[in-house]
Design a protein around this ligand. Structure first.
Ligand SMILES: [Mg+2]
Length: 339
């Protein structure tokens, strides 16, 4: 009888040991896939820790700060609290259609009256700075395929521009004369951004310049954006870039330089301007392929808010640098930590 008991004890131990190993392996695979170490729900304890650990919060705009022309509920109080705790609060957007000054004015008009132009980082200014950083001479013109905001930010750094809104009304019949007059050697770059007034004329001129050796720059390379509660997809700056590059006969990589999220150049611009290292920043965004990839690439902590375009199902399917450290319903969850 004693032997049977002993045998039972040994068998139980073996069973427990095997179950224990299974659990260890399961947990290890969860940790490896980022289920535990990342994608953590931002409760008030984690939010408090996150705020303590950071010096700056970088907020995307659409779907995070505002939706359809209104501030997301709780944004005003949360941002003011963060600032009250000595945190830098800035905004980083891939939208190159407006200047930083116009974005700052819009934020002010929505009630964030402390926002200054220097608190806004956009891909229009970022690509203009990239022209400088890559040594594009200011003696040469920049051909713009984009909106007034892109043109104005490029001009603000001392470049002369052609194209952009000036070529909005042109068409096929204007192309032959333009191509005869144009001298590619007088152009320093073609810069592409989202262009609601993209037309055949701009496509012909920009692609002709690129085919003749003019470098191709892009404000950002998002192929599409998402709009409205139905999350309709619409072509982004990356689609404009792809059209110009295709017409110029280019194969990937399409652009010689790309600014905006998720590029590291954009992160460096923000680090340099704030004089704060990326590891002391938190990127707060609603899009995995731009905001979260951007923050992760740069070494920031990342917080996905579900107030914008990303669903829980999409978050669950995310892999690699698309996986955020933290998840919250909205920016208001950061404010809840400070109650
Ligand atoms: Mg967004």
């Amino acid at each position: 009888m004693a032997r049977v008991k002993q045998l039972l004890v040994v068998l139980s131990c073996l069973a427990l040991n095997s179950r224990f190993r299974e659990l260890v392996d399961h947990n290890r695979s969860l940790a490896f896939s980022g289920h535990w170490t990342k994608r953590r729900e931002l409760d008030s304890r984690l939010a408090h820790k996150l705020i303590e650990s950071a010096e700056a919060f970088v907020f995307d705009l659409d779907g995070v700060i505002w939706i359809g022309g209104f501030l997301v509920e709780g944004v005003q109080e949360t941002l003011e609290d963060l600032r009250g705790h000595g945190k830098s609060v800035i905004f980083a957007t891939n939208n190159a259609m407006r200047t930083r000054s116009e974005v700052a004015s819009r934020l002010k008009s929505l009630g964030l009256d402390w926002v200054m132009e220097s608190d806004v980082f956009n891909s229009a200014n970022a690509v203009a700075r990239l022209l400088e950083a890559r040594g594009i001479s200011k003696d040469r013109s920049i051909y713009i395929v984009g909106e007034a905001g892109l043109r104005d930010e490029v001009q603000a750094l001392g470049y002369r521009t052609q194209g952009g809104p000036d070529d909005a009304g042109k068409s096929l019949k204007d192309i032959p004369t333009a191509l005869e007059r144009i001298d590619p050697s007088s152009f320093g770059a073609v810069v592409c951004g989202l262009d609601q007034h993209l037309n055949y004329y701009k496509l012909a001129l920009a692609s002709s310049l690129v085919r003749n050796g003019v470098p191709l720059f892009a404000s950002n390379d998002d192929l599409f954006g998402q709009l409205g509660p139905g999350k309709h997809q619409w072509p982004g700056a990356g689609s404009v870039l792809a059209a110009v590059a295709a017409a110029a006969g280019r194969r990937p990589p399409l652009a010689d330089a790309t600014a905006g999220k998720p590029s590291l150049e954009f992160a460096k611009l923000i680090e340099h301007s704030l004089d704060i290292p990326a590891r002391k920043m938190v990127m707060v965004g609603d899009r995995l392929d731009t905001d979260i990839a951007f923050g992760n690439n740069a070494g920031m902590q990342t917080l996905l808010v579900l107030s914008g375009v990303t669903s829980r199902a999409e978050l669950h399917r995310a892999q690699g640098n698309w996986v955020p450290d933290y998840v919250a319903a909205s920016v208001a969850s950061l404010g809840a930590a400070q109650q």
